[in-house]
Design a protein. Structure first.
Length: 373
């Protein structure tokens, strides 16, 4: 621990010295930060975003995890962020509570659709955290509607400080689609990717995972790839599933930071309420199987009017129990043909599809010009 504290202090000193030097050269400073202690995400698409920002910008990448590599990356203990000065833009794609000193704070929402944000009991706390940001960058109009409703719900005084919501397109999808052009996929695996178990526990498929995997392995020659959310990689239930099926050659636990290969080498995705459903559908044009035991509860929780739930049949099918899995998988090619047009239509509704990098750069430039005026 003392070593990590010293490492973090050293990072701060180096960053502040660089900032002072480059401020004299009129550089604009952007600081991206990942607060996750285990660093469980790939940020290739974030790095790609900054590739076209030009020489007038200096970009820093900070992490709350020591498990990082690369000369551009700095380990910075979360609570030490406030000791970094003169940063123009603080950017994160996971919600932070601590920021670099006196910076414009931008939250780049990591979800492509208006999937439920969090358990109802934790919504107010999330509102308080997000209200600390100056701007929210969202993927499409459906997400902007959801966040506007969210802030109106908890901000009783509408003259209070809430972030400005801006539609920017979905950076990660644009990055993945750019790299898909030269990719040869096999398309014969089945991917299971549930949302965080504690997200909205009553809508989670975790309690049925073992039975679903057993049915798939007993009736198929395809590989079954279980890809838990990064938060659930080391939980008891995930380790239990790994232990149960580790000797079956057709089972694989995927805990990699990048799902690109896994998704492209599959015939379908099985999930519950994870936002990855729409990323998968728009990336692969393959069907999603939504496991939903309690459709009534979705409405009771106030989620029934979200496009995430209304559009499910446009990218796949909904099943209510594990016994339906086998029949659906056997008809997956028919389902794939059935959803191709509706899936493509939803994708075209994203106004900045393929142009999110330019859109974000333009908005950041406008924000900085306004700050300086």
């Amino acid at each position: 621990m003392p070593f990590l504290i010293l490492k973090s202090f050293f990072s701060i000193i180096v960053i502040n010295i660089k900032i002072i030097y480059f401020k004299f050269k009129n550089k604009k400073i952007i600081f991206f930060y990942d607060p996750n202690k285990r660093h469980t995400q790939s940020i290739n698409y974030i790095e790609d975003l900054f590739d076209n920002f030009g020489k007038e910008f200096l970009i820093f990448f900070g992490f709350n995890s020591p498990n990082i590599s690369g000369h551009k990356n700095y380990y910075i203990k979360y609570s030490f962020l406030k000791w970094i000065y003169k940063v123009d833009i603080f950017l994160s794609n996971n919600v932070c509570d601590i920021f670099t000193n006196n910076s414009i704070k931008i939250y780049l929402h990591h979800d492509i659709y208006d999937s439920p944000l969090i358990d109802l009991k934790k919504e107010k706390k999330l509102f308080q955290r997000l209200a600390k940001y100056d701007f929210l960058f969202l993927s499409n109009k459906k997400s902007t509607i959801m966040f506007n409703n969210f802030f109106n719900k908890y901000n009783s005084n509408l003259s209070g400080n809430i972030p400005k919501i801006i539609e920017t397109g979905y950076l990660k999808l644009d990055y993945l689609k750019k790299n898909i052009k030269t990719y040869n996929s096999i398309n014969n695996n089945i991917v299971i990717a549930p949302t965080i178990r504690e997200h909205i526990k009553k809508l989670s498929m975790f309690d049925d995972l073992k039975k679903i995997i057993e049915i798939l392995l007993a009736n198929r020659t395809s590989k079954v790839i279980f890809r838990p959310h990064p938060v659930d990689r080391k939980t008891h239930l995930t380790l239990e599933i790994e232990e149960n099926f580790k000797n079956d050659d057709n089972f694989k636990l995927d805990i990699s930071n990048d799902y690109f290969d896994t998704y492209l080498n599959s015939m379908c995705l099985i999930t519950d309420i994870s936002g990855t459903a729409y990323t998968y559908a728009f990336l692969t044009n393959k069907p999603v199987i939504f496991f939903s035991k309690n459709e009534k509860l979705i409405n009771e929780l106030g989620h029934g009017n979200l496009s995430y739930f209304e559009d499910r049949n446009k990218i796949g099918v909904i099943i209510k129990n594990s016994n339906e899995i086998f029949e659906i998988i056997n008809n997956i090619k028919y389902i794939e043909k059935k959803i191709k047009i509706s899936n493509s239509s939803l994708l075209k509704e994203m106004d900045y599809l393929g142009n999110s990098k330019n859109r974000i750069k333009k908005i950041i430039n406008e924000i900085l010009v306004k700050k300086q005026s």
